[in-house]
Design a protein around this ligand. Structure first.
Ligand code: MMA
Ligand code: CA
Length: 308
């Protein structure tokens, strides 16, 4: 180091006063230059930093502005969505109210319809029972008319000289009727069906003579065609006529147990009202006898009805 100092001092050392002056001036100039350069560098750095900061700030500002505009757009969208939702909610509420009103109206209509339906059902039931009654009345009337026609026909044939006493095999004749004395355990209704299967019906008794005839052929309890099933105490024969001749056992009809609507003939021939579901071994059917050829020739006439 001491050597180097000596070397320099050899090279740069002019005459003492001037040399010193110049060396100092140069040093000062260098110092100023250096300082200026430093300042310039510093300033440049500062400026660069400032620009960078400004640019960054601008970028941040731009980004913020973009974000703000995005957010404000989103906000606007959100607000308009909210508005639309509010409108929709109002609309929905109105719809719900309208539906509720409609439901209320429908409920009242429904109860009105139910009432109408009930009334109609009642009317229908009434009409049905009326038409059933009417049908029964008409069919009863028709049966009676057929009966009358058959009887009249027999009378005409007899008036023309015919004899009306022909009966199918197994049937017994008395006056203008045929009688079948059925055997086999039956309730009253079963006996009625058995007679109808034989194209006859349970016997209707209208005179003492007829009763006397029956007495000759009956020796035990037998079902006959008399009943008060429709109206208690109102006995009707199967041919539709009420009781004109009667042959009740003493104390009968007594409707024992309040359940005796079908009539049987005791072995004695006397009548007793009995429980319809009682099983009897005998039952008596009747049908009109058919007429033989007339004594005198007559004009053609319809074939007589065998069935009553
Ligand atoms: C039975 C039954 C009735 C009848 C009485 C007479 C107990 O009931 O046949 O129909 O009236 O007898 O005593
Ligand atoms: Ca009785």
């Amino acid at each position: 180091m001491a050597i180097e100092e000596n070397q320099y001092s050899d090279v740069f050392e002019p005459e003492p006063s001037r040399k010193r002056c110049c060396r100092l001036g140069t040093q000062f100039a260098l110092f100023v230059l250096l300082t200026a350069a430093l300042w310039a560098g510093l300033m440049t750095l500062l400026l660069l930093w400032h620009w960078d900061t400004v640019r960054n700030l601008k970028q941040v500002e731009d980004t913020a502005a973009q974000n703000v505009s995005l957010v404000s757009k989103d906000l606007q969208k959100y607000q308009s969505d909210q508005m639309a939702q509010k409108l929709q909610a109002v609309h929905l509420e109105q719809n719900v109210q309208a539906l509720q009103a409609e439901q209320k109206q429908m409920k009242s209509q429904d109860s009105h319809l139910v009432r109408n339906l009930q009334r109609m059902q009642e009317d229908l039931t009434q009409a049905k029972s009326l038409s059933l009654n009417e049908r029964r009345t008409v069919s009863d009337l028709l049966e009676k008319l057929q009966e009358e026609v058959a009887k009249l026909w027999v009378e005409i044939r007899m008036a023309n000289g015919s004899t009306c006493n022909t009966c199918p095999e197994g049937w017994l004749n008395f006056q203008q009727k045929c009688y079948y004395f059925g055997e086999g355990t039956k309730r009253w209704l079963q006996a009625r069906f058995a007679c109808s299967d034989l194209e006859g019906r349970l016997v209707s008794i209208h005179s003492q003579e007829e009763q006397d005839f029956l007495n000759k052929h009956v020796s035990k309890d037998a079902w006959i065609g008399l009943q008060d099933l429709d109206v208690e105490g109102e006995f009707i024969w199967m041919d539709g006529s009420p009781v004109s001749y009667s042959n009740w056992l003493q104390g009968e009809p007594n409707n024992a147990g309040s359940d005796e609507d079908c009539v049987m003939m005791r072995g004695s021939g006397h009548w007793n009202d009995a429980f319809c579901r009682s099983q009897l071994d005998t039952w008596v059917c009747e049908r009109l006898a058919t007429c033989g050829p007339p004594a005198l020739p007559t004009s053609e006439a319809p074939t007589p009805r065998h069935t009553l």
